[in-house]
Write a protein that binds this ligand. Structure first.
Ligand code: FE2
Length: 304
């Protein structure tokens, strides 16, 4: 059973060891996480004006809502201030900025009462991120922008940490997804028809673990943990930020969390940027991961 560890000042090496054993870390807001959330709030409030971003779904048609998200989400993802603030967050959390890499942050919107659950506001069913071509060592960092509650937060199904689940990850290739699936997101208004990795047998959702941080609070969890979006019945759109990190020590050995059931191809390794200078992962390592057929095998990697 996983443990949630709050506001620990443990160093990053020990924290990663815990995370790869299935533990979860949660933190109170800091100056950098608060600044990142404030940037998201400012951009959301400008985009949805004159409506409150948490309530805008009740004032806009689905088509109008999608049009706003089509501009807002990429504008946030590529805002130069985001990278600076993530570097500050990593620094606050005692990461070695020379060896930790991150990807650009995503802005997520989970609307209430099934207003929009596909495409740009995809409601994530139970999944491991490792079903989506991530290295087994990927860690996920998640922050709510506005208040969340048990009716609209994310949820962990921690009993699957050591229990495989039949899934369709063998059909998922990240490079194919980038060429086809991601670009088609804004066309998915009702039912999402894009090829996603998903469970192929019934998922036992209970017991559920929900963590409800305050805005700017932070949850760090291994990408291999099974998790999903709570079907939002709160009456408020949940807006959250997430980004991912990997560490060279684990990339060098294809280490990290155990791989129980992921068989996807392709790799997200080209997405990560070094904490110190935002450079990409060295090409030798990118090539080694791109040539991997299955993330459970150990690549012949050049140490970096
Ligand atoms: Fe996820």
């Amino acid at each position: 059973m996983s443990t949630v560890i709050f506001d620990s000042n443990i160093n990053d090496d020990r924290r990663r060891r815990d995370l790869y054993a299935g533990q979860i870390y949660a933190y109170s807001p800091t100056s950098a996480t608060t600044a990142l959330c404030q940037l998201a709030r400012d951009m959301c409030e400008e985009a949805f004006a004159p409506h409150d971003p948490e309530d805008a779904q009740y004032h806009l048609s689905v088509e109008q809502y999608i049009e706003i998200l089509k501009s807002l989400k990429p504008a946030f993802i590529h805002h130069p201030r985001c990278k600076e603030l993530i570097r500050q967050i990593l620094d606050e959390k005692r990461c070695d900025l020379e060896r930790v890499y991150f990807d650009v942050p995503r802005l997520r919107t989970s609307t209430s009462d099934q207003y929009l659950t596909s495409g740009l506001a995809y409601a994530f069913k139970p999944h491991r991120d490792t079903w989506y071509s991530t290295p087994q060592c990927q860690l996920n960092w998640w922050l709510p922008v506005y208040e969340v509650q048990p009716e609209n937060c994310m949820v962990f199904h921690t009993h699957y940490w050591d229990q495989p689940l039949k899934n369709s990850s063998d059909e998922f290739n990240y490079q194919d997804w980038n060429c086809n699936g991601r670009k088609a997101a804004h066309n998915q208004r009702k039912k999402d028809t894009r090829r996603q990795s998903e469970a192929l047998e019934s998922v036992q959702l209970e017991p559920e673990l929900k963590i409800v941080p305050e805005p700017g609070g932070l949850i760090i969890f291994p990408a291999a943990h099974m998790h999903s979006s709570v079907p939002n019945t709160s009456g408020k759109t949940r807006i959250s930020i997430d980004f991912r990190t990997v560490h060279l020590d684990e990339l060098n050995t294809n280490g990290g969390a155990p791989n129980l059931d992921s068989a996807c191809t392709g790799t997200t390794i080209g997405d990560y940027l070094r904490g110190s200078d935002f450079s990409h992962i060295p090409e030798t390592m990118r090539n080694a991961y791109e040539n991997l057929e299955c993330s459970s095998s150990v690549p012949d990697l050049v140490m970096v």
